[in-house]
Design a binder for this molecule. Structure first.
Ligand SMILES: NC(=O)c1ccc[n+]([C@@H]2O[C@H](COP(=O)([O-])OP(=O)(O)OC[C@H]3O[C@@H](n4cnc5c(N)ncnc54)[C@H](OP(=O)(O)O)[C@@H]3O)[C@@H](O)[C@H]2O)c1
Length: 120
């Protein structure tokens, strides 16, 4: 399976911090060429530079996955830079942490994997 044992070209969403950053960094250190995405371009660049500084290959594509056009932009950028896509780590997401009984439907609607919002 591609990934750690067999490097490839990997898109990692939500890669500018947290779990996504850790996954992207690990994949890159194992030889994959990684494509980092998230909304905050400053943090994204910082992660890409850290990976490149350690000898890895990374490009960053900043944008909001709730924008229906963004996935196609990511694919275009990957194909232009690396010519192929082997791995997708669909990690981006947002959660609200708090007491369960304090969660409302409104919170439920805004805390989700982008594109997978709960119904009202
Ligand atoms: N940490 C936990 O204990 C835990 C437990 C269960 C599941 N998870 C899930 O695991 C994933 C990562 O968790 P984490 O703790 O590393 O989360 P995190 O630190 O909050 O990071 C979320 C990532 O997703 C990006 N993101 C959020 N909304 C986005 C959007 N609309 N478009 C593009 N990128 C977006 C964020 O960057 P920007 O804000 O710059 O866009 C960030 O890079 C999430 O899906 C989370 O729900 C986490």
């Amino acid at each position: 399976m591609m990934g750690l044992s067999q490097p490839g070209v990997a898109i990692v969403t939500g890669a500018n911090r947290g779990i996504g950053r850790a996954i992207a960094t690990r994949l890159a250190s194992a030889g994959s060429r990684v494509v980092l995405t998230a909304r905050d371009a400053v943090f994204l660049k910082e992660v890409a530079e850290a990976i490149r500084g350690a000898g890895g290959a990374a490009i960053e594509v900043a944008g909001d996955l709730r924008n229906p056009d963004f996935p196609a932009r990511i694919v275009d950028a990957v194909l232009q830079s690396y010519g192929r896509i082997d791995i997708l780590v669909n990690n981006a997401g947002a959660t609200k942490r708090g007491r369960f009984l304090a969660l409302t439907r409104k919170i439920g609607k805004t805390s989700s994997v982008p594109g997978c919002e709960s119904s009202p």
